[in-house]
Structures are given as structure tokens and as C-alpha cells.
Design a protein around this ligand. Structure first.
Ligand code: ATP
Ligand code: F6P
Length: 488
């Protein structure tokens, strides 16, 4: 069964929220309101197999899709009682270690159940080794009793060299080894893994009743079992696309366009003369940032991105999904014209820019939904340069940087600037390279209808307004005071 249809609520399908909703209700492809089930994703695997990294990526991906998810990391619970354990602590013949580890697991599971019961989200990730069948059965029973589905995700990896490099990359700097010599820390961590290996049981036929996904050697082989509902299948599909080969993603807006100069939004204008200069300068800018790495260039189907990418000596692909946010009836207007023609809409957009959908057009939320296949493809790919538009670039950037929906639509992305994003073990590193070619600013601050405004100008305007307001208040207070004096 794919989903539970527990109640039909007419009209809700009209909510402008796209395919994913923050509550557990959504409209399925038949237009019926369905309730998504609550899922506990239970990580399984020996230490240094990428479980925390996978958990953190899944939370970020779901958050980007407006699905609230949270990781419960048993290691953090264990650390409150045992901050710097040595390898012996993890030996199953150490009763005190066993007791404390069990207590940490119980505390994490109980907090997770409370989190679900408080209605705070749809997906929790229980991040621990969960390396025995008995432990997994216990979690499954606890969740079942609380009406939470379980999905086990096992990361299995027998590539010794990769495991050693994981240890050196992330484990020697773990809070477990603060202040310790990295070589000794690595050796101790290796011994910790040996202790786990003594009891580790991979998921097998005995557990055929469980829902699970086994990722073997970073996705070289994937085994799935009893994947039942929509969210589970989204998560599995995402996991199947992940890889850990080093790579970067470059993002650039198109060069300045004729519409940018006139302050018009949308459209399909050509590049301005300065935009053309940027197109000519881009190959060098890319070489400065990427060296001789071979890249693939993705553009939208609009003229200004194709014109910007035209001198790049790489394979190019154009995607409809990368076209700029559709501004519907406002297409080709300036912000001042929109404010004049559709004042209520202009204000609504400023009040909730992420959810506001242009009449006959799109919202930022809609753009995120249509970008999902792009994100999947990006996860599968290596070095990609995307030449796209302001709103689309904000959404892609928000995915990699885990930026929230209130902030991302207001983010400043200057024209003629190349952004390099490099995914690392627990985050993304960003570099910005500016071409020395002037361009107008298309950034607009809340409440402003300016044609070209930089963030600094907007901040100055805001500061001036606040000062004016403060002076007004002082004046009013003076008046009140004088009046009071008069009456006495
Ligand atoms: P622990 O049980 O100690 O918490 P862990 O399994 O959570 O360990 P992480 O801390 O996530 O391990 O390890 C991160 C490292 O694992 C990164 O260097 C990352 O590149 C690598 N990695 C990510 N995915 C995988 C995978 N599927 N298999 C092996 N290594 C991976
Ligand atoms: O002005 C350039 C542009 O790409 C427009 O085509 C688009 O409507 C706009 O930026 C998106 O930015 P915002 O969401 O801030 O209006």
C-alpha cells in the first residue's frame, strides 16, 4: 500500500503549496487528500560508514522540500555520560559500557517518540550503529507501539582504504578525541570498529519482514525490501543517487540582460553589451576556479543563459526546469509597475515571498518542486556548471547550504559572479569569484519598488527610515508632554 487515505478534505488541494506540504496531509496524484505516515529511518552499520553524513543529507533534502525531519544521534546522548571513551568502552563484554550505551539508545528513542507525538515532523532519523538484530527488533517494536513506521538504512562498506580515510577525515576530529594525537585517535577508532565487528549482524533474510534499504560500497549495489509508502520511496530514490567522489558545482547567473537594465522581470531578453562581455570573460573565470577540470554546463532554455554559456568549451545541456520563476501576469513589468497595477499582490509577495504565487505564474515553492529532478541529477553527477536565473539559483543554493525558506528568496546573488560550491563531509564550502565587469543590481529589498538597488543601499534606506521613525516618535512624545503640561 502506498499511502493511508484516512480522510478526504475538500478544497485543501487548492492550497498553493505544490506537491509537498509541511503537515502530514498532501494531495496525491488523484487529487485525494492523504495522510503521510510518520517514519523513523533507522541507520545501521559499523562506525565510519557514512551514516551520519547520509542522515544529515536526508534531513537537508527533506527540509528543502518542506518536510520537517530531525536526526536523533545516539552518540550525542552517550557523550553526556561518557564524553571521551576509549575503544574498550565499546566491547560487548564490558557490562558498564553496555549499560551506558543501552541507556543512550533508550533516551534517544524516547525523545524521538515524544517529538513525533508533539506533531513536530514526519521523519526522524535514528543515527546509531544499530548493529545487532536484537537492537533493531527492539526499535521496531518500540516504534510500532507508538504508531511509527520504521525504515532501516544500512551502509555496508568493506573497502578498508575508504574506511581508513573516513577515520582520518572525520573521526580524529570528533568530540570523542578532543585534544588527542590524531594518530592515536585513528588507532583507537580502528579498535572501536573491531569491537563492533565482533557483534555486527548485517540485515538478512531473518529480517525479511522489515522495510529496509542496504547501500553496499557507497551505492555500488543497493538492496531494497518492502518499501511501502511515498515518503519511503522518495528517501530511497535520493539515497540511490548519492556518491562521495570529490567534486564541485559552479553557479552563475546569466550576464546582464536588456531587461535587467530596464528593471523588467521575466521575459526572454538578449544580453546587454556588458552581459556579452561577461559571456566572453566566463571561460577564463571558470578556468581560474576549476583549473583544467572537465565540466558539463547546464543552462535554461531562455536566450540569456545560452548566450552567457556560448563561449564555454564544454558539453552543454539546456533544461526547461532551469527557466526563471514564471511571474505570470507580471511578466515583463518593473517592480514599480507591479506595485501600481497589483498593490495587494505586491504586498502579499513581500509578506511571504516563498509561498506567494504570481497570478498565472509560480511561487518559490513551485520552483523548488520543479527543481527536484535537477537536484537528483546533480547528486548523481560530478563537476557541473549551472548558468541560470536569480530565483532558480537561490533555490539551488538553498539546497546545498541548508538555507531556510524565509531567507532564501531574499538572498543577494549578484550578476557577473561565479559561485563555487564544494560538498565536504559535513557541509558545503563556498567560494565567490567576481568578474571585473559592472552590472546593475536586480536585488530588491522588502517594501522597495526601486529599479536597481544594492543590498547596502536598501540597508541605508531602512536605517534612514528607522531613524526618521525614531525622530517622529520623539517629536510625538514631546507633543504629548507639552499637552500634558498644558492640562495640568
Ligand atoms: P559513526 O558510527 O562513528 O557515527 P558514521 O557511519 O556515522 O560513523 P560518518 O561520520 O558519517 O560515519 O562518516 C563520514 C565519512 O564517511 C565521510 O568521510 C564520507 O565521505 C564517508 N561516507 C559517506 N557515505 C559513505 C558510505 N555510503 N560508505 C562509506 N563511507 C561513506
Ligand atoms: O530581475 C531578474 C529576475 O531574474 C526576474 O526575471 C525574476 O522575476 C526575478 O529576478 C526573481 O527575483 P525576485 O524573486 O527577487 O523578484
Amino acid at each position: 500500500m502506498a499511502e493511508k487515505i484516512t480522510q478526504y478534505r475538500p478544497g485543501m488541494g487548492k492550497r498553493p503549496t505544490g506537491e509537498f506540504m509541511t503537515s502530514s496531509w498532501r494531495t496525491n496524484s488523484y487529487g485525494v487528500q492523504v495522510e503521510d505516515t510518520r517514519i523513523c529511518v533507522v541507520m545501521v552499520g559499523l562506525p565510519a560508514r557514512g551514516k551520519s553524513l547520509i542522515a544529515q543529507k536526508v534531513v537537508r533534502y527533506l527540509g528543502w522540500l518542506s518536510i520537517t525531519a530531525k536526526t536523533f544521534n545516539v552518540g550525542q546522548y552517550r557523550r553526556t555520560a561518557t564524553p571521551n571513551p576509549s575503544a574498550e568502552f565499546f566491547d560487548q563484554s564490558n557490562p558498564e559500557g553496555e549499560r551506558l550505551r543501552r541507556a543512550a539508545a533508550e533516551a534517544a528513542v524516547n525523545d524521538m517518540i515524544r517529538w513525533f507525538e508533539a506533531g513536530q515532523g514526519l521523519i526522524a532519523i535514528l543515527d546509531a550503529t544499530n548493529s545487532t538484530k536484537a537492537r533493531r527488533r527492539w526499535i521496531q517494536e518500540k516504534c510500532e507501539a507508538a504508531n511509527i513506521e520504521t525504515m532501516f538504512v544500512e551502509s555496508k562498506c568493506d573497502d578498508e582504504e575508504l574506511v581508513m580515510s573516513n577515520i582520518r577525515d572525520v573521526k580524529t576530529t570528533s568530540p570523542d578525541y578532543v585534544g588527542q594525537d590524531p594518530e592515536e585517535a585513528a588507532q583507537d577508532f580502528r579498535n572501536r570498529i573491531r569491537n563492533y565487528e565482533k557483534v555486527y549482524q548485517t540485515i538478512d533474510e531473518d529480517e525479511a519482514d522489515l522495510t529496509y534499504c542496504k547501500l553496499i560500497n557507497v551505492g555500488h549495489k543497493v538492496i531494497i525490501n518492502r518499501i511501502r509508502d511515498y515518503l519511503q520511496s522518495r528517501v530511497v530514490y535520493y539515497l540511490m543517487n548519492l556518491h562521495i567522489r570529490p567534486r564541485s558545482i559552479w553557479l552563475s547567473r546569466h550576464g546582464e540582460s536588456e531587461f535587467n537594465l530596464s528593471g523588467q522581470i521575466g521575459g526572454d531578453a538578449d544580453l546587454s553589451p556588458r552581459g556579452q562581455l561577461y559571456a566572453r570573460a566566463l571561460p577564463d573565470l571558470v578556468r581560474k576556479s576549476a583549473g583544467d577540470l572537465p565540466l558539463t554546463v547546464w543552462t535554461s532554455t531562455l536566450k540569456r543563459t545560452g548566450q552567457t554559456a556560448r563561449f564555454l568549451p564544454f558539453e552543454k545541456l539546456s533544461w526547461k526546469a532551469l527557466d526563471e520563476l514564471d511571474s505570470g501576469v507580471c511578466d515583463s513589468l518593473t517592480y514599480a509597475e507591479i506595485e501600481q497595477k497589483y498593490p495587494a499582490d505586491f504586498k502579499s509577495r513581500d509578506d511571504d515571498k516563498y509561498n506567494y504565487r504570481y497570478l498565472g505564474g509560480e511561487s518559490y515553492r513551485d520552483v523548488v518542486i520543479r527543481l527536484e529532478p535537477i537536484i537528483m541529477e546533480l547528486e548523481r553527477s560530478e563537476n557541473i556548471l549551472i548558468v541560470t536565473h536569480q530565483a532558480v539559483l537561490r533555490c539551488i543554493y538553498a539546497y546545498f547550504m541548508g538555507m531556510n525558506q524565509e531567507q532564501s528568496p531574499w538572498m543577494e546573488v549578484p550578476l557577473h559572479c561565479l559561485i563555487k560550491l564544494t560538498p565536504r563531509a559535513y557541509g558545503t564550502v563556498e567560494d565567490r569569484l567576481h568578474a571585473n565587469i559592472p552590472a546593475v543590481s536586480t536585488w530588491r529589498g522588502k517594501g522597495s519598488k526601486a529599479k536597481h538597488q544594492t543590498k547596502e543601499e536598501a540597508e541605508e534606506e531602512e536605517a534612514a527610515k528607522t531613524k526618521e521613525k525614531a525622530e517622529d516618535t520623539e517629536k510625538t512624545e514631546e507633543v504629548v508632554h507639552t499637552n500634558g503640561g498644558d492640562g495640568a
